[in-house]
Design a protein around this ligand. Sequence first.
Ligand code: ACO
Length: 324
Amino acid sequence: MTRRSVIRGTGHYLPENVVENSWFESRLDTSDEWIRSRTGIERRHFAADGQTTSDLAIRAARAALDRAGMTPADIDGIILATSTPDFTFPAVATMVQSGLGMSRGFAYDVQAVCAGFVFALANADAMIRAGLGDRVLVIGAETFSRIMDWTDRGTCVLFGDGAGAVVLEAQEGAGTSDDRGILSCDLNSDGTHRELLYVDGGVSSTGTAGQLRMQGNLVFRHAVEKLAKTAHTALDKAGLTGSDVDWLVPHQANMRIITATAQKMGLPLDKVVLTVADHGNTSAASIPLALSVADGRGQFKPGQVLVTEAIGGGLSWGSVVLRW
Ligand code: ACO
């Protein structure tokens, strides 16, 4: 028998303030047409003044617990992926913990930028398999609007704020790819590409929060090359192939990257969960947001194979394969 981590519930929260592409037209030399055609993004949500990453995360966590039919008292730990924490410390996960009225179990943050949720999911799976908890909340939550350079048209039109969460629960499986739950993970980082995507401030360097800097076209090339590869590696580890995949749930950064990755995996677009048009790139929140939106629509059927993949600053990238 093998211990597996099964998704029992998903949830999300998006701030009320919806910003259409046209909002940028009066502020920057850009257009709705450019943003749509180059990225697939039509609108995004921005957190209100004073609304923090933990505020979004707590709402997403409550929604996931509701769908799982569980209460905070059922949860043994919280792992939260973010690059935009409320404070340098404590971890946002501990703020979610207290926000949910919990004072037991572990709670910590994972930082792998846009790949953060994939890393957190793999981390939670490893904790569950190691017997360190039976039920773990895994959250991706971001307020990237706080680290935008609003004069840089190459970045500020791309990102949005939001949070998504899943509840993982241990379940015994046979140890085959027919099991429900997480079947395999593939994680990678290559710090030599740091200058392609980074924030130009921080606690021990400038003492400021800094702003996001990106060489978009170079990140784009890495994404197209690395995402299909990591998905194939994870599928291979699970003993599956592209033809076994029912749903690709990709990081929602750019429609052109998503299309190219799906093509490389031999998947038609009707097997791809798409939220990029309405959410923009919400970094670590994008995959759990997409999972929750699709789950809410009843898109996933029991037994179906899902593949997630993401790449972000670091560079860091990876993929998780699971059976719903
Ligand atoms: N409006 C109008 N023109 C623009 C805009 C804009 N908002 N942004 C850039 N341009 C211009 C550029 O200035 C450039 O003009 P030039 O030719 O006169 O110099 C031209 O458009 C082409 O620029 P590119 O950067 O080559 O455009 P590209 O087609 O690559 O699209 C984009 C840019 C959308 C950023 C794309 O490269 C991309 O999506 N990259 C990947 C981003 C990503 O996936 N990040 C993932 C991780 S994010 C994270 O981890 C935080």
